[in-house]
Design a protein around this ligand. Structure first.
Ligand code: ZN
Length: 156
């Protein structure tokens, strides 16, 4: 396996063309190939591109954040959340270590709180407009650490 560090600008939109995220207002994002720093469906399609190339890349939900799992929508009695109360959009970590997930409150009724443990981008096909700004070999230190260093990479 050859390890390379690829830097790129991206604009991420959903099916409706709504911009979900973009690197354009900051420095390009840098990742090391084979390090699982970005979603697999994007890495597969980006790894063969050369510096300076620009491409529209579609990543289906299954190769991005996975399909939505309706079993991750759970309801809890409201009084479990105590006096301070709970609001739509609040986030909680639940579960054991590796299995831990972030649950987001999606509904609050008089008696119940509904939480969703799906990633906010689960079930969505993602559309990336990508511009490769740099491609270089990874340093031995980066290979040891398992991530890219330098501009747009991991800061220690
Ligand atoms: Zn490092």
């Amino acid at each position: 396996m050859d390890y390379r560090v690829i830097s790129f600008h991206y604009t991420l939109t959903d099916e409706a063309g709504k911009v979900l995220d973009s690197s354009r207002s900051a420095e390009p994002f840098a990742f090391m190939t084979g390090s699982r720093q970005i979603i697999p469906g994007l890495e597969d399609q980006i790894s063969s591109l050369e510096k300076g190339s620009r491409k529209n890349i579609t990543v289906l939900a299954a190769d991005a954040y996975g399909e939505r799992d309706e079993e991750l929508i759970i309801r809890e009695p409201r009084d479990k959340f105590g006096e301070a109360g709970v609001r739509v959009g609040d986030r909680f970590r639940a579960g054991q270590e590796e299995e831990a997930r972030i649950f987001t409150v999606v509904d609050v009724s008089e008696t119940e709180v509904t939480l969703d443990g799906n990633h906010p981008l689960a079930g969505k096909n993602l559309f990336f407009d990508v511009e490769i700004t740099d491609v270089r070999d990874a340093t031995s230190e980066e290979i040891q650490h398992g991530h890219a260093h330098g501009e747009g990479g991991h800061a220690h």
